[in-house]
Design a protein around this ligand. Sequence first.
Ligand SMILES: Nc1ncnc2c1ncn2[C@@H]1O[C@H](COP(=O)(O)OP(=O)(O)OP(=O)(O)O)[C@@H](O)[C@H]1O
Ligand SMILES: [Mg+2]
Length: 270
Amino acid sequence: MTESVTAVECVDLTYRFGEHRAVDGVSLAVRPGEVFGLLGPNGAGKTTAIRLIVTLLPVQQGAVRVFGVDVRRDPLRARRMLGYVPQQLSADPALTGLENVALFARLYDVPRRERRRRVAEVLDKVGLAPHAGRLAATYSGGMVRRLELAQALVNRPRLLVLDEPTIGLDPVARDEVWDHIGGLVATEGTTVLVTTHYMEEADQHCDRVALMHLGRLRATGTPGELRAAEGEGATLEDVFRRWAGTHLGAETGEDFRAIRSTRRAASGRG
Ligand SMILES: Nc1ncnc2c1ncn2[C@@H]1O[C@H](COP(=O)(O)OP(=O)(O)OP(=O)(O)O)[C@@H](O)[C@H]1O
Ligand SMILES: [Mg+2]
């Protein structure tokens, strides 16, 4: 397979929960080696789109290809190429950091003789080697997110899919998560598809972004292109507000708390 194959291709992707179109005719192409941000307010359809891409929801209409592999036809082959960090907690607090990653190494079928080395390697990569023997229950929120990153990386995926990797973290922990993502792209050429509410983060860390609202993509481009199209001095947040009619700022404590409480309410949805 050549490097020119699109990393993720969605063609007219639509997904309905009953009558409700959570994803409504989405087409996008993520290039190999780029960090692509899927942005949108609560309920935009980001998680649903991500679940379709990582084969956790069945494609009802349209198509998804991961490095050329049709996820409907060959979900197992698609899965082997990707690592996924879900929006909800995926680490077990009753296990140590090392045990959590080792569990995923088994799950992903990393060859037995390679497991120990691979687990140590990814824990080191996310800066958790010194804490690997501690129960995950004792980790800070940022450490848990990095542990989940390690779980997703143990498979050495070509595509890393992260759903809200920095939600609920303090600014320092958010920066750390992004640093590790950036390092991965630089050293391994990993392609990253990430969702976030934080426009500032997307602006700073994503090569291209797509703004999603009510199941549809409203605009796609580099953060700079989208800002320039909006007008002199515009921020990505201004662009977003125009498309979504929502304020999404994470700059103030109040907004941050509001988003966190929304997150808690949403995760209770099941
Ligand atoms: N299991 C489900 N059953 C019914 N409706 C659902 C289900 N999951 C999601 N939805 C609906 O689909 C729409 C998209 O939800 P989704 O979780 O994909 O949005 P999101 O952009 O990830 O939001 P958030 O920022 O809150 O994570 C919402 O209207 C949501 O209520
Ligand atoms: Mg979501």
